[in-house]
Design a protein around this ligand. Structure first.
Ligand code: NAD
Length: 281
């Protein structure tokens, strides 16, 4: 299907790579005009060029409010007032050190990139959307924002806060016809995840089945997430098809955040039964 975003103006942060990049491609294919922003200027410009005249690139560091304000203004000048904001830019958690060794400067950096950025985006997008009484804000959270323990504290705390902030935003802005939703991916193959695992992209492209097998025990649907999986849901939330969807944190994680693994949990219960039977209790 195409044309689901016909006539819409969108801005995406962190659009040079991974989920942001794939979503920019999908937005353009669906008829939107898109301002891509990032701090990787070479890559961002290249992606925008490849997408044609309905795409443009601008440098915007999401930790700087003035950059976000200027990007929203540029989207307006180039393409018209913003209909869609995707706050997507992100970095990995800043380390899995035990709590007593937490590096607070790294903590602050993670909060700035992962959380403060989303607040800046909403603040400046809402200023444009409110007078027009329409708009869709999509914030990239994570399955790590729904269930704790899988990532460092800074990452899961920031993503949990993005989920909660998005709900508050939806309640406030819904009264003005503006929707706000969060998307919560599971492990998705992007440069961020590859870097965390210390694996090269070529290895993944050469043997995708091997990657799925390696991730089989992580998600209840036994494969790794792909950027298309996430971008498809973002397109839906951004579009008018989701006109009554507001304040939701949508897991796109193969069921990871739904609860305990079915067969894994049963295996554990079996082991408990065996251990207690062996004790005669
Ligand atoms: P990615 O590394 O491919 O893309 C992230 C982009 O954000 C990069 O282009 C990077 O340059 C940009 N960025 C980083 N710091 C920035 C800053 N200060 N200002 C502007 N741009 C900045 O990673 P991705 O996996 O596509 O991540 C996109 C989003 O999805 C992130 O918010 C991430 O936390 C979230 N997410 C990813 C996964 C996953 O498994 N890949 C899972 C859950 C959530």
């Amino acid at each position: 299907m195409t044309g689901r975003l016909d006539g819409k103006v969108a801005m995406i942060t962190g659009a040079a790579s991974g989920i942001g990049r794939r979503t920019a491609e999908r937005f353009i294919a669906e008829g939107a005009r898109v301002l891509l922003t990032d701090i990787q200027d070479g890559k961002g410009e290249e992606v925008a060029r490849s997408l044609g005249s309905n795409a443009a690139y601008r440098h915007a560091d999401v930790t700087r409010e003035e950059d976000i304000a200027a990007a929203v203004a540029e989207a307006g000048r180039r393409f018209g007032p913003l209909d869609i904001l995707l706050s997507n830019a992100g970095i990995r958690g800043q380390g899995a050190a035990p709590i007593e060794q937490l590096d607070m400067a790294a903590w602050d950096r993670a909060m700035n990139v992962l959380l403060r950025s989303v607040v800046y985006g909403a603040k400046h997008a809402a200023a444009v959307m409110k007078p027009r009484r329409s708009g869709s804000i999509v914030n990239l959270a994570s399955a790590a924002g729904l269930v704790a323990g899988a990532t460092p504290h800074d990452y899961s705390t920031a993503k949990g806060a993005v989920v909660h902030f998005t709900k508050g935003l939806a309640l406030e802005l819904g009264e003005f016809g503006i929707r706000a939703n969060a998307v919560c991916p599971g492990y998705t193959i992007t440069p961020m995840v590859l870097e965390g695992l210390g694996i090269g992209a070529q290895a993944i492209e050469a043997e995708p089945q091997k990657v799925d097998a390696a991730f089989a025990s992580v998600h209840p649907i036994p494969r790794v997430g792909r950027v298309e999986d996430i971008a498809d849901v973002i397109v839906f939330l951004a579009s008018d098809e989701a006109r009554f969807v507001n304040g939701q944190a949508v897991g796109v994680d193969g069921g990871l955040s739904a609860g305990a693994h079915w067969s894994g949990h049963r295996a554990k219960m079996g082991a408990i039964r065996t251990a207690l039977a062996a004790d005669g209790t």
